[in-house]
Every structure is written in structure tokens, then in C-alpha cells.
Design a protein around this ligand. Structure first.
Ligand code: BG6
Length: 473
């Protein structure tokens, strides 16, 4: 048995996102976001009251304190502050976030605050979303407003949560509104624009001389070839460019390598679309931001194993937790396959803790100038069973998952990789954008009828870890 130690000043956090927890989507002058319209049209998930965090944040922060969780990831719902995305300000939204941050500090819980977590104001999506200059300019203005307004209360800022998930699901798989499919060029254009606007915001933050740190959060799923064949290796390289490299280059190096661009071009052209324009003048903005970036957040859930695929795009999203139903074959990229010796969740997410270590090492080796890394999301979606108010929910598979992944984080720290904190996704149960309320991730069970919270076994286990700061093989 080997015992690994986590640093004394390590953050043991829990993560949330505004739209997934707050509810109150029509309260206090909040404007419409893309999900309001989309979920209403789909008629599947009701985002109200979600986990009712808008009213119950004091309960959740009390639980953080009780369970020795010393950091929380929250996001600001842009449309609570600027209902139309720009222009008229809603003071009640501003007041809510002041109250939330105050409560965090009263309870000794450090807020890590994301400016954009998938919830684009509808008014800006109508103007073209990430593909429109108006949206990008409005995002910079909103960010500057937040720095000025909340700068005394927030020391850790995150510009964008998972640009890759956002663009990929908006333009390729069609699982996020406005749900376009197979638009690879638009997907990369949206990614390019997100990298650039992220950089503009980092540069504005630094120019403002705020006391705090700023970073970006990427979904980094480690990609491996399914076999040693050249075709599978190339499929893995293409998938990695699509899901990881294009962002990492743009935000952490401030420069797209020729190899990354060649892979991107190959994907776009294989889908009979035109390569996007990389403007030489943008590089200065990107490089400046990359050089002064304080941290990168890594969201790691699963790894992907790729086989070459030369046919058409075929997608089936396993949103219902029916194992073995997920299909992802991407033209010009490859097919995701499931090695028989690896376990997976009911939603077909392959459980591979070593992918966490490999990803951290890759980020650190290839982008060595990034001073700090945080695991901003990691966790297991599970169909937790409620056994009654007096019993802690038995979520042994989740504990096993968390333990195996945090062990890899501890190994990375021992090997000199500067990981400064870890956030379980999620703090409390909340709904999943494309999978609804039955895919639970929380340390705290939420009864969505009564909104009562119940600690799961994993919450007790996590408190033990935060106290001992030791994890063993
Ligand atoms: C991340 C997001 O992609 O993964 C979260 O930042 C999300 O918002 C989480 O909920 C888990 O994904 P899912 O699809 O299971 O909800």
C-alpha cells in the first residue's frame, strides 16, 4: 500500500453551475437564456426549481461548512445581471450574487466563479451566439462589469466553462441549443471565437489590476487509439485535436501549432466544409493572455478509445442511462469504441482513472507555463436510491470512482504537477443538461419534491479525505 499526501492548503471543493441548480428562472427580472426556450420546446426537463439554490444557497453552504468543503464552484447567470445580455442592468440579480458570495465567505468556502457555463442569453443567441461579434463584445462588457462589481468578493475567476462541449454540442452532435448537426466549420469557428474572447477578458482583467486569479475550464477527456494500427492512432489524434488540442493551444500556448491546424483542417474538409480563417493579428491577443493566465481548470470524467471510421456521421446520445446505447461515429474523425475490459457508467462513460493522470501530465508537459491546475469537475453520474430520511444514501460506486481518480491526482502532485484543488461534480444533485434529473452526481442527495438535502456516504468519505489529506492505493 502506498500513501499519498495532499497539500495542506489544497482546496476540497464541490461544483455547481447556475442554471443547473438555481431554479427561479423567471424570478427577479432574470432574462431568457438558450435553455429556457429549448427545454420548453423539448418538454423533457423542467429547470424549475432545479435544486432551488437561488433560495437555498445558505443550506448548501452550511453543508459545505459541516462537511469541510472549503471551496465551491458557482457560475453567474449572465441574464440575471443583464437580462438581454447587454444594456439594461437588473439590480436584483446583482444583489443575489453579492449575498451568495457573502455567505460563502462567512462559511469559509472560497468561491470559484465562472462567467459563462453554457447559459448564453437568448437575445444574444438570436444575434448569432458565439459566431457573432455582438455576443463577443457583450461578453467582454459583462465580464468587466463583474470584475468591478464583485472583485472584492471573488478571487478566482473562470472565463468559460468547457468551450469544447459548448461548440461541439451546439454545432456537431446537436445536443445543445440551437442544436445544429455536422457543422464542423461553424463548431471550430465558435471555438476559435471563444478562445479569443477568453483572451480578451483575461487581458482586461490583468489591465484592471484586480487582486485575484483568472483561468479557463476545459473538458479534457483523454483519447487513446483502440489498437496500435496507424488508422486508429490517427483517429485518436484527430479526436484529440477536436476535443482538446485546439483549445489547449489557443488558451494555454496562445498559438495554434501547425500540427493542430492540419488536423482541424482535415476534419473540416472531410466533411466538405471550408477551413476557418486564422487571423494573424489575433495571435498577439491570445499570446498575451496565455502568458498571464493564472490557472487552467480540468474537467475530467472519462477517456475515449478511437477506431478509424470512414463512413458518415452516426450519433446516438444515451440520455436515459441505458447502458450500451451510445453511438459516436464521426466522419473525418473516427469511431468511439468501448474496450471490453473497462467499466462504464450507465450512461456509457468509460471509467479510466489513469486517463486523469495522463491528461494532467500532458497539460503540464506541453504547456509548462501554466502556473496552477485545478480539477474543476470530476464525478460519477449514478442512479442513487433514496433509502429514507434517516439513512445515508449508499453510493459506494461513486466513492470508488472518486477515490480512484483523486489517487491519480495525488500521484500527479507527487510528480511535480501543480494541482492546487479538486472539485467534485457535483456538490448537490442537480439536473443534467441532456440527461435530466435521474443522472445524479451530488455528494448531497436532493429530494426534488421537497428540496430536502441528505448527505450520501460519499459526503462522509470526502470529509474524511479533507481532514486526513491522505489517500492510499
Ligand atoms: C460538464 C459540465 O460537462 O459535465 C456540467 O460542465 C455537466 O455542467 C457535467 O453537468 C456532467 O455532464 P452530464 O452530461 O452528465 O450532465
Amino acid at each position: 500500500m502506498t500513501v499519498y499526501h495532499l497539500p495542506e492548503d489544497f482546496y476540497f471543493g464541490g461544483a455547481t453551475a447556475a442554471y443547473q441548480v438555481e431554479g427561479a428562472t423567471k424570478e427577479d427580472g432574470k432574462g431568457e437564456v438558450i435553455w429556457d426556450k429549448y427545454l420548453h420546446e423539448q418538454g423533457t426537463i423542467n429547470p424549475d426549481p432545479a435544486a432551488d439554490f437561488y433560495h437555498r444557497y445558505p443550506t448548501d453552504l452550511d453543508l459545505c461548512k459541516k462537511f469541510h468543503i472549503n471551496a465551491i464552484r458557482v457560475s453567474i447567470d449572465w441574464a440575471r445581471i443583464f437580462p438581454e445580455g447587454t444594456g439594461k442592468l437588473e439590480p436584483r440579480g446583482v444583489a443575489y450574487y453579492h449575498k451568495l458570495f457573502k455567505k460563502c465567505h462567512e462559511d469559509g468556502v472560497e468561491p470559484f466563479v465562472t462567467l459563462h457555463h453554457f447559459d448564453t442569453p437568448q437575445a444574444l443567441q438570436d444575434k448569432g451566439g458565439w459566431l457573432s461579434e455582438e455576443m463577443l463584445d457583450a461578453f467582454v462588457d459583462y465580464a468587466k462589469f463583474c470584475f468591478k462589481e464583485f472583485g472584492d468578493e471573488v478571487k478566482y475567476w473562470i472565463t468559460i466553462n468547457e468551450p469544447t462541449s459548448m461548440a461541439g454540442q451546439q454545432y456537431v452532435s446537436g445536443t445543445f441549443p440551437p442544436a445544429y448537426t455536422n457543422e464542423f466549420a461553424k463548431c471550430f469557428q465558435a471555438e476559435y471565437n471563444q478562445n479569443l474572447v477568453h483572451a480578451r477578458i483575461v487581458n482586461a482583467f490583468k489591465a484592471g489590476g484586480y487582486d485575484g486569479k483568472i483561468g479557463v475550464v476545459h473538458a479534457l477527456q483523454t483519447v487513446y487509439p483502440a489498437s496500435p494500427s496507424e488508422g486508429d492512432k490517427h483517429a485518436a489524434a484527430l479526436k484529440d485535436a477536436l476535443e482538446n488540442r485546439f483549445y489547449l493551444d489557443g488558451t494555454l500556448a496562445g498559438h495554434y501549432s501547425d500540427e493542430t491546424l492540419a488536423l482541424v483542417q482535415e476534419i473540416i474538409e472531410a466533411n466538405d466544409q471550408q477551413m476557418i480563417e486564422i487571423k494573424p493579428e489575433d495571435e498577439e491577443v491570445l499570446t498575451k493572455a496565455a502568458k498571464s493566465l493564472d490557472f487552467v481548470g480540468v474537467n475530467y470524467y472519462f477517456s475515449k478509445f478511437m477506431k478509424e471510421h470512414h463512413g458518415e456521421n452516426v450519433f446516438h446520445h444515451n440520455g436515459g442511462g441505458e447502458k450500451g446505447t451510445d453511438v459516436n461515429k464521426m466522419k473525418g474523425v473516427g469511431e468511439e469504441v468501448h474496450p471490453t475490459d473497462l467499466p462504464a457508467t450507465d450512461w456509457d462513460w468509460i471509467i479510466y482513472p489513469k486517463g486523469m493522470y495522463d491528461q494532467l501530465k500532458r497539460v503540464h508537459d506541453n504547456y509548462p507555463d501554466v502556473p496552477e491546475i485545478y480539477i474543476t469537475e470530476n464525478g460519477m453520474g449514478y442512479k442513487d436510491k433514496f433509502l429514507g430520511p434517516d439513512k445515508a444514501i449508499d453510493d459506494a460506486p461513486r466513492i470508488q470512482y472518486l477515490k480512484a481518480h483523486i489517487l491519480e491526482v495525488a500521484k500527479a502532485i507527487q510528480d511535480g504537477i501543480p494541482v492546487k484543488g479538486y472539485f467534485v461534480w457535483s456538490l448537490q444533485d442537480q439536473f443534467s443538461w441532456t440527461n435530466g434529473y435521474s443522472k445524479r452526481y451530488g455528494l448531497f442527495y436532493v429530494d426534488f419534491e421537497t428540496q430536502a438535502r441528505y448527505p450520501k456516504q460519499s459526503a462522509y468519505w470526502y470529509r474524511g479525505l479533507a481532514d486526513s489529506k491522505q489517500i492510499s492505493t
